[in-house]
Design a protein around this ligand. Sequence first.
Ligand code: SF4
Ligand code: SF4
Length: 116
Amino acid sequence: MKTRQVFYQCQRCGHCCRWPGFVRLTSQDVLRLSSHLALSEEAFVQNHTHLNPDRSGLVLNTKENGECCFLEGVNHCQVQAVKPFQCGGFPNTWNFPGWREVCEAVEVETWEEGVV
Ligand code: SF4
Ligand code: SF4
C-alpha cells in the first residue's frame, strides 16, 4: 500500500527571513557559519549573534527593520550554503499556525511504498 507524502518546496520568496521571530543557533550552526565566514567562533558570536531573551541560547542578530542580518535584498541569503538548521527545516520539519498565508513554498506530492 502506498502512502501519500507531502513535501513543501521553497520558492525563495524570502518572507521567512523577514518576519518577526528568532533564528536559534545550534553549536553546529556556530561552527559551520563561523568557518564559512572565515571568523573564529568567538568573533562570529560577538558580531552576529545575541542571547535569546529567555537566555536559552544564541540567536542571529537582526537589522533595525527586523529582517535577518544575513538577508541581502529581498531574498538573498548570504550564508545559504551553511544556513542554520532552523532555516533549512522550515516549513517541512517545523512551522506554526498560519504559516501557509505567508510562505510561498509549493506543495509536492509523492507516493511511497508503505512498510508491511
Ligand atoms: S540565515 Fe539566511 S535563510 Fe536564515 S533567516 Fe537569515 S537570510 Fe534567511
Ligand atoms: S517563506 Fe517559504 S517559500 Fe519563502 S523563503 Fe521561506 S520557506 Fe521559502
